[in-house]
Design a protein around this ligand. Structure first.
Ligand code: COA
Length: 323
């Protein structure tokens, strides 16, 4: 059993806020269709902001919120599927940007798509020793892997970063985790990688192609996966659903959340929702929502919260935290 303190949170987003009306000017869509089918009104889209830059800004805010010396951080994990480059890892770039090169620190990335922050949180909890701190970040620049001519996907996604500082401590509170990976044989959520060559020793096109998605299949998977992940963490804990004060879910589509709520006989106000302003920011979505909920005064000592998400892989995960 881990006892963890959630010391601080922060989030960052690019300057450009793109509303649905702007998308009406580049693809055949309407604000009404997007709002009805997804609940999304606008999203932030990066121009000059890199994933590491957004991650470092969110991390700096989390460090300030936690009121710790950054020298206390011994583990830095960035969850992302859109890191700046394959190498160095985005975590190492963030380490540099935060001026944390001269300290004992392990930094690496995790890719579990939109479940990435929850996978990273679980890894950090398992890896920390007593009184050590971890900086766990979810950060994305999804707009660079979106096909802006595909109205079935481009309306959904946005860019941003969220960060949390946790400490393993005897004064901490309980946390329970669940994570599952399933494979994706039908490739319902896919970004094909570099082209293979049938000739050895020749250069190949290294470019990543655009995200493709079977929206209906992903929708079906998402509802079942979120429900299962919530039940799985509850089963490990002494609590039932009634005892949970707030659920902070992956922000993909308000209709997915409404379906989960209906199946679980929960009212929607038990879920924190910010997808109307952010869209789906993949691995950044849960930590941005967590940081916003904290900044808005929605989190209090003694509360029990569930963070839950799903994504490409296919992956899904949840963490139940006592605050
Ligand atoms: N604007 C206007 N019309 C659109 C549109 C858009 N942006 N995108 C699709 N349409 C059209 C389709 O062409 C289709 O038209 P047709 O009936 O004439 O063929 C119609 O709207 C219905 O499309 P469909 O794909 O069946 O809509 P949907 O209700 O399944 O909603 C999604 C589409 C993508 C919003 C929905 O499936 C979804 O959110 N899925 C989950 C995606 C997700 O969460 N992905 C991230 C996982 S981490």
């Amino acid at each position: 059993m881990n006892t963890i303190q959630l010391l601080g949170c922060g989030y960052a987003h690019p300057k450009q806020h793109i509303d649905n009306h702007y998308l009406e000017s580049i693809i055949d869509t309407s604000d009404e269709w997007i709002v009805q089918r997804t609940g999304i009104h606008a999203r932030y889209v990066a121009t000059t902001e890199t994933t590491s830059l957004l991650a470092a800004e969110a991390a700096q805010k989390a460090i300030e919120d936690a009121k710790i010396d950054k020298k206390d951080i011994s583990l830095l994990i960035v969850a992302t599927l859109t890191g700046d480059q394959p190498m160095p890892s985005t975590a190492c770039l963030v380490q540099e940007q935060l001026g944390m090169m001269d300290q004992r620190l392990m930094a690496f990335d995790i890719n579990a798509a939109c479940s990435g922050f929850l996978y990273s949180l679980q890894c950090a909890c398992a890896m920390l020793k007593e009184n050590e701190c971890a900086l766990v970040i979810g950060a994305e620049n999804l707009s660079k892997i979106i096909d802006w001519s595909d109205r079935g996907t481009c309306i959904l996604f946005g860019d941003g970063a969220g960060a949390a500082i946790i400490r393993k401590s005897a004064q901490g509170k309980n946390v329970w985790h669940f994570a599952q990976s399933k494979g994706d044989p039908k490739r319902v959520l896919d970004i094909p990688g570099k082209t293979l060559s049938d000739q050895p020793c020749v250069n190949v096109d290294e470019a990543y192609r655009y995200l493709s998605m079977d929206g209906k299949e992903v929708f079906r998977f998402a509802v079942g996966a979120m429900e299962e992940a919530i039940h799985q963490v509850l089963e490990q804990s002494p609590w039932d659903l009634e005892a949970i004060d707030l659920i902070i879910p992956h922000q993909a589509n308000v209709r997915i959340l409404a379906n989960v709520a209906r199946h679980m006989k929960l009212s929607m106000d038990r879920f924190y929702v910010n997808l109307d302003r952010f869209g789906n920011t993949s691995a950044a979505s849960v930590p941005i929502a967590l940081a916003q909920a904290k900044a808005e005064g929605r989190l209090h000592e003694g509360m029990k919260i569930i963070l839950v998400g799903f994504g490409g892989g296919l992956t899904y995960a949840a963490s139940l935290m006592e605050l």
